[in-house]
Write a protein that binds this ligand. Structure first.
Ligand code: NDP
Ligand code: 8X3
Length: 259
């Protein structure tokens, strides 16, 4: 029987935008209780209010920078008692910075990507997973990427970080194989969000918009639907990995664009 998400506690990192925000909306529609985290707290406040209005969702918001383990530990310590038994963790916070070749790359961009996409995911998981194992229930859903399967020009370090997310997903599946806890990865191709604006550091809106030119990219809602699908499988079923692409994208490097 499909798992109900009603009243489940769902923790989302990077809920202030894009896929994380859409996940918040999709899980709210399923009746879940939400822990919404990101650095831009104002956005979370607005999201929380709108979910209350639309779905009568109970949610709490936290300013959380996943790059800092100190910040993650503080956040965990601040969680109210009745919000501590997280049922679903969506490790979504992530970003790319630049498209430079390695020989021209900026060290601070590499560090931001690796600290967020890899170490941040690990910090949050390390804080939440032991409780799931102890309670004998829980589901971790990592947002990977097609960039975790194939490398594209200029993708070097971002792709490496998403290859790492894939390896960590597999590693965690091995680590919890003797427990009822599930670990899944949802790995999208091109999704139209703030991702490209962030990649170009909010400096070049036209360049960011061109990434999605001539193709019907995935929407963040498409991805959220896939995440809900993973989370609602019966308890004995785990979706190990789910790759979801726009119809006109065959791989990280093969994209058909309308002229
Ligand atoms: P957005 O830029 O729209 O959203 C990224 C989210 O991550 C924001 O909410 C941002 O919140 C949060 N975030 C970034 N850095 C940190 C940090 N240090 N601590 C906490 N939160 C952080 O992009 P997407 O929705 O597209 O990206 C979400 C995930 O999906 C990422 O992991 C990305 O790699 C992945 N992905 C995206 C694809 C795409 O084409 N868009 C395709 C495949 C995967 P804030 O800035 O407020 O902290
Ligand atoms: C983000 C999508 O376009 O960099 O993971 O492969 S892309």
């Amino acid at each position: 029987m499909a798992e109900s998400l009603n009243d489940k506690i769902v923790l989302i990192t990077g809920a202030s935008s894009g896929i994380g925000k859409s996940c918040a909306q999709a899980f709210a529609a399923e009746g879940s209780k939400l822990i919404l985290t990101a650095r831009r707290i104002d956005r979370l406040r607005n999201l929380s209010l709108s979910l209350k209005e639309k779905y009568d969702t109970d949610s709490i918001i936290f300013k959380l920078d996943v790059m800092s383990n100190e910040n993650v530990r503080y956040f965990i310590g601040e969680l109210p008692m009745d919000w501590q038994a997280v049922d679903v963790l969506i490790n979504n916070a992530g970003l790319s910075q630049g498209l430079a070749k390695v020989q021209n790359g900026l060290l601070e961009d590499w560090e931001t990507m690796l600290d967020t996409n890899v170490k941040g995911l690990l910090y949050v998981t390390r804080a939440i997973l032991p409780g799931m194992i102890q309670r004998g229930r829980g589901h971790i859903i990592n947002i990977g990427s097609i960039a975790g399967y194939q490398v594209y020009p200029g993708g070097n370090v971002y792709c490496a970080s998403k290859f790492a997310v894939r390896a960590l997903t597999e590693g965690m599946q091995i680590d919890v194989v003797d427990t009822p806890v599930r670990v899944s990865a949802v790995s999208p191709g091109m999704v139209e969000t703030e991702f490209s604006l962030v990649r170009f550091k909010w400096d070049d809106e036209e360049k960011a918009a061109n990434v999605y030119k001539g193709i019907d990219a995935l929407t963040p809602d498409d991805v959220a639907e896939a995440v809900v699908f993973c989370a609602t499988r019966p308890a004995h079923v785990n979706i190990n990995e789910l790759i979801i692409m726009p119809t006109n994208q065959a791989s990280a490097n093969v994209i058909f664009r309308r002229p």
